[in-house]
Design a binder for this molecule. Sequence first.
Ligand code: ZN
Length: 290
Amino acid sequence: MTDLDAIRDVYARIECDLLVVGDSIITDRHHASSGNYEETDPQNQIGGIIPAYPLSGWLRHGMESVVQKRGGTACHPGEANANFRKTDVYDRDLDAGYHEKGACVDTPAHDDDGCVIFDLFGGFDGVPGTLLRRPIRFSPVRSNVQYERGHAEGHYRRLNRNVVSRNPEDNREPLRNTEVDAVANLDGCWQLSFRDPKPAFLGLVAEAITFLDDHNTDFMHQLGGSRNFGGGIVDCELINPLYEERELKRTFNRANGPTADMEEKDDQWTESYRPEIENALADRLHSDHA
Ligand SMILES: [Zn+2]
């Protein structure tokens, strides 16, 4: 049996028809075009990087929801002593399933551990979290995509939005034009690494990904911007951590289904590993709130 403590890297499959992350998509369009870049040309083969920040916030919110659903409270993502513009909103969060960031660390009831969210994300008193969230590199050319390295197929687009006059005599004269960066038809892997792997951490990642998939059209659990316009609806699943690299790659090969070995690993994961990590998470939440 694979040792759960030895699983350092897990991959979430992320599929999203339209992802808008403001101006923070980093593209290689200047390299890819060798000076002939036409932003409206559908043939341009621009790849880029989706930074980890929006992905991390999205996953963290899913994890917070799982902790709260199980009766616990989660570290608030903002420092308690920060100068919030909306103090009343922060205070309201503290009444609704959150504790002040790092408040759990001061509790002498259990050793120097914070709550499970603190362990994963850290960020207080210079403590790093154990969960390393990487950016996703994307490319429109599927044969270039290295899924096993946390890459994705994705198509960079620049979208234009016009706000036009409502007066009939103006004939829809544009009042304002905005451009947003978007990735269309994203399908790939998001690599998550544990610096200090534990079954409870794996349990929380697995449950959060299931939760986010079940709630993917909830405004609060969409990813990035343009949520009212269908942006950021993510189908996600944890790729079976028991898979070897070639099996992970095969998941993305539309011509081939799973092998008998992969199906056996899926059964093992569902029947014995998943219950084990869920129990580890339950124990951890129990001790966090004892
Ligand atoms: Zn905490």
